[in-house]
Design a protein around this ligand. Sequence first.
Ligand SMILES: *[C@@H]1O[C@H](CO)[C@@H](O)[C@H](O)[C@H]1NC(C)=O
Ligand SMILES: *[C@@H]1O[C@H](CO)[C@@H](O)[C@H](O)[C@H]1NC(C)=O
Ligand SMILES: *[C@@H]1O[C@H](CO)[C@@H](O)[C@H](O)[C@H]1NC(C)=O
Ligand SMILES: *[C@@H]1O[C@H](CO)[C@@H](O)[C@H](O)[C@H]1NC(C)=O
Length: 232
Amino acid sequence: MAPMKYTILLCWLSSVAFGNEGNNSADADDIQTLCQEMKILKQTMEQKFLFQEEEITHLKQKLNLSETKIIDENSPEREKSRQGRLLLHPPVNSSTAENVPKIAFSANTVTDHVNLGVHHTLVFGNAISNVGNCYHHSTGNFIPNVSGVYVFDVQIVLCSPGHELRTELVLEGKVMAAHYTGDSTHCSNGGGMAIFHVNAGDSVWVRVRSSDGGNGIAWESSFSGFLLYPDS
Ligand SMILES: *[C@@H]1O[C@H](CO)[C@@H](O)[C@H](O)[C@H]1NC(C)=O
Ligand SMILES: *[C@@H]1O[C@H](CO)[C@@H](O)[C@H](O)[C@H]1NC(C)=O
Ligand SMILES: *[C@@H]1O[C@H](CO)[C@@H](O)[C@H](O)[C@H]1NC(C)=O
Ligand SMILES: *[C@@H]1O[C@H](CO)[C@@H](O)[C@H](O)[C@H]1NC(C)=O
């Protein structure tokens, strides 16, 4: 808008400077023509702005958005439109959520933790949590009563310098994941996450895959799991 202001000032100055007697000056003619063009341009732009404002008002009415509703970020209309755009999940219906089975456990402190032979079950004797009571801390077995996809995590901390231990997560004796820990001068940590389907009544546990003896499994070692999706 600044150049427009200068042009208007120029037009006014030229009319003062040249006045009536300046009618013969070619420069004055040019300036006057320019001023006329600027005036027309200004009017056109003002009309365009007016038209755009009307257009916006019209669109707002079409979308049922009043001025105040546009500012209100938390209005239900705003939320609905946002969800439509971002494809968010609708709010969780708590009465439905209550019917979703809850199974989750986490345990540490392996009871037998030195000189373990191949296929020896690691019994994580201390259950930190056991929602749904599917983890059996005396045997080390997780036996869910709901079929579905489960997430498991195994962490093995070994404090036997120079030794190594390989472990595996098994489902009914079938190896689903394997982990390596060892080869350090003090303690080392190995493990990982695994996601797989478990049928109700089937058993999941951690056992020794291979060991070279003297495996001091530290209490921090853990076995955890939870139900991700029940079968529908
Ligand atoms: C300026 O010149 C135009 C023609 O060139 C003439 O029609 C007009 O009357 C003149 N105005 C004055 C104030 O002399
Ligand atoms: C706007 O509101 C009117 C009446 O309240 C309704 O008929 C129309 O479908 C609404 N339009 C939109 C885009 O929601
Ligand atoms: C939540 O789910 C229950 C049972 O399916 C249903 O009766 C209720 O209307 C739902 N509530 C909402 C807010 O969707
Ligand atoms: C699974 O066991 C829990 C805890 O004992 C119980 O509340 C739930 O009803 C059982 N679910 C099924 C499907 O048997």
